[in-house]
Write a protein that binds this ligand. Structure first.
Ligand SMILES: [Zn+2]
Length: 459
């Protein structure tokens, strides 16, 4: 059974889905105004690993929804800079299309399967739903209108008996007040639900009490609406980077009336020289700068999601070396001939490995411990059973260790000649064939008690 750290209770809790055997999970997705950087990708790799653990270790089916933020200050800033003469609504759509495609491409490169995400809804396709929620909050007198914009009133919310500050302890001294949006707010900590149209900005009509309030949604309202529209309220798990905990998630919860999801799970930042990787600091690395994206995935999994992770090209190089070693071991198992390896691992190490591996993941998705468990079998245990478990490992960790391309029949024949020469103790001949396998077929031979096992040579 999976135990997961829940930011709502600030403790590890046994995870049980609302519906039997079925998990509903929402992840705050990207703002599609530019390339995601690898710091952003850490959050999606974590969410993906969590949903894989839920499916492959716990045996649940998972409905995973991730939103696309396609309207906000950054998006608008970008179209005003690049397409000042175009219709803002259509320029926004084109920008969103471009970077949504790039985002999907990026996440697939780091081992996230697009098909595993049930829905990738866009904010601008859900304006109506957001307006309905704002209308509901107005009716409940938890929201107010001012100068054409609509705001969430924290005072009214708290007076209705609800608690604001469920994920973080909030300090309401004047210095600590939230400076989220400076428009026409009554209370300092109120946040915007709907922003009145400004000149040359994209806008949507909003009919409220027979009056039109053209404008655009605030950021927080989109996640409250899209998460509950597709997953119901409450749903099981809400994920996001630690910086979204407050005010974003706190506000999402408040807009949902206090109970949006049963679990809130946050991953820590990726750091560079002890600083958060961010566009504003200017220390970003894009995925296109990385030659082996799955080595980056491994690097992420080597750190627990709730610890800050230091990124450096050197750390990435060691992850690349590590994943190549694992790939070589997977090759040895996969490329062995049908009769070469025993069916079962009689030593019991394989079965024991799986126990430690899955128990580690069930302990708050402890991927570093799960990866460490691999050391017990890697390069040591060879059986069909081990290969089958390695397929499971791939499903859970998404590292794509097993390369299912067959080797050519010529390479197979050379390998058979190599084995014959070795058995006949014709070492000069076998050394020559070993070299041939290396130079002609990029295969490395290792002599084991099961005969020669091969792996692909990777750089
Ligand atoms: Zn969100």
């Amino acid at each position: 059974m999976l135990r997961l750290y829940n930011a709502l209770t600030r403790s590890k809790k046994l995870f049980k889905p609302i519906k039997n055997k079925h998990v509903s999970m929402y992840s705050c997705g990207p703002t599609v105004y530019d390339h995601a950087h690898i710091g952003n990708l850490r959050a999606y790799i974590f969410a993906d690993t969590l949903q894989r653990v839920l499916r492959e270790v716990e045996g649940y089916s998972v409905d995973w929804v991730m939103n696309i933020t396609d309207v906000d200050d950054k998006m608008i800033g970008r179209i005003q800079r690049d397409n000042p003469n175009e219709d803002p609504n259509s320029a926004l759509g084109i920008l969103a299309d471009t970077y949504t495609d790039i985002f999907i491409d990026d996440i697939e490169k780091v081992g996230i399967k697009r098909a595993d995400i049930a829905k990738l809804p866009r904010a601008t396709d859900h304006i109506k739903g957001m307006q309905l929620l704002i209308t509901k909050l107005m009716r409940e007198k938890i929201a107010y209108e001012s100068d054409g914009s609509f705001y969430f009133s924290l005072d009214a919310y708290k007076k209705s008996g609800k608690k604001y500050g469920v994920l973080v302890d909030l300090d309401y001294t004047p210095q600590a007040r939230v400076t989220d949006d400076q428009d026409q707010k009554e209370g300092v900590a109120d946040f915007v639900l709907w922003k009145a149209q400004k000149m040359s900005e994209p806008y949507w009509d909003f009919e409220y009490l027979d009056q039109n309030y053209p404008g655009r949604p605030g950021w927080h309202i989109e996640c409250s609406v899209m998460s509950t529209q597709y997953l119901g309220a409450p749903f099981d798990i809400h994920t996001g980077g630690i910086d979204l905990k407050f005010p974003h998630h706190e506000n999402e919860i408040a807009q949902c009336g206090g109970h949006q999801a049963n679990f809130f799970v946050h991953n820590e930042h990726l750091q560079v020289h002890s600083e958060k990787m961010s566009k504003s600091i200017g220390n970003i690395t894009k995925l296109s700068d990385i030659k082996d994206p799955l080595a980056f995935r491994l690097l992420c999994l080597q750190a627990h999601y709730r610890t800050q992770m230091d990124y450096s090209p050197k750390a990435l190089d060691s992850a690349h070396e590590r994943i190549n070693n694992l790939r070589a071991y997977a090759d040895q198992l996969f490329l062995a001939t049908e009769h070469q390896l025993p069916t079962a691992d009689e030593s019991g190490i394989t079965a024991e490995f799986w126990q430690i591996f899955s128990a580690s993941l069930e302990d708050d998705v402890n991927t570093p411990a799960a990866l460490a468990a691999l050391a017990a079998i890697e390069g040591k245990v060879f059986s069909q059973q081990t290969l089958q478990l390695l397929y499971k490992v791939d499903k859970v960790l998404g590292l794509q260790l097993i390369d299912e391309r067959p080797i050519s029949s010529e390479a197979r024949a050379t390998l058979a000649d190599y084995e014959t020469a070795r058995e006949a103790k014709e070492y000069i001949k076998s050394d020559k064939l070993r070299e041939e396998l290396k130079t002609n077929y990029q295969l490395q031979v290792s002599d084991t008690q099961y005969g020669p096992l091969v792996s692909r040579i990777r750089k």
